[in-house]
Design a protein around this ligand. Sequence first.
Ligand SMILES: [Zn+2]
Ligand SMILES: [Zn+2]
Length: 361
Amino acid sequence: MEKDILAKILMLRQNLHEHAEASEKETETQAILKSFLRRHTDLQIMEKGPYFYAVHKEGENLPNIAFRADMDAVVGPDGKPRHMCGHDGHSANLCALALLLQGQKVGKNVYLLFQHAEETGQGAKVCREFLAPNHIDEIYGFHNIPDYPAGQILILPEISNCASTGITIDFTGKPSHAAYPELGLNPVFTIAELVKQIPSLLDPNQYQGLVLCTIVSCRVGDSAFGVSPAKGQLLLTVRAKFEEDLEKLKTQMEEFIKEKAVAAGLQWQISYQESFPETRNHLACNEKLKQICQKENLPYQELAEPFRWSEDYGYYTKEVPGCFFGIGDGKGYPQIHTENYCFPDEILPTAAAIFLALAKA
Ligand SMILES: [Zn+2]
Ligand SMILES: [Zn+2]
């Protein structure tokens, strides 16, 4: 990458980093990106409210290829958004592609999609609406991956990221004086039964692939020693390699909860939050990526197992061919979603080169 382009992109990445915004709140981020694109390129910018895309148009009846970057930050335990997932790097990289496309003919129309709200699983679900009207033929995106050699391309398996969902289970019984617990209905016993049942619900014999459940919060009653509580809440995150397995686990869990709540005389409510699909890669697109690595002499590795963490990118590849790949951050690099994480700028030239090569392929 030319020094001048790299300097611009590094400054842009830093600027995005300093203006990290939570999912659905990416207004400043959008403004920075659009002003960068307007100043340095003649791409057509299509405003879509929470997200936008920029188009490098070469003509009618040409193939249409899309590249996706997400632009939201992770909200830390202190409630402040920080780019702990590296989406500042994804957006800056897409702008690098925009600069590299300036004045070039690649024989395709190239769509650069700047997606909001990846962290909550809400963004791609909305942005996929842009695929059909623009006749997008294929779509590509990448994620920075800690603990792999810096700049190494990671070609991910057919399922690259697990499906997952948050589950909130609320129980309501009846309060009573702590001296007369038999007059009330305390949901804690039903919650305990459910927690104890989790290992059987996860029995690997009933599933095709990996299935996991993590208890993220459990609350019953308040700090009131005189009261036997009426309300209890359990929060879980469940994930599975295959969406089908995740649905099976959810159904079994719902049935168990219903049975136990009815038996205990409790009211119950189950709701789902932050749901992500499985991310499924098209093997022909993976193959294209591999050939580019070989041709451009870029180091690559093919991974056999999916990442456990979810990506809403999977919504795109349900509709059009595409793939999601990784680029190593460096051995021993901090994990994503941890406080010390910062997108490694040294992988930007590789990321941009791959995108440009895919656009030309
Ligand atoms: Zn993330
Ligand atoms: Zn991410």
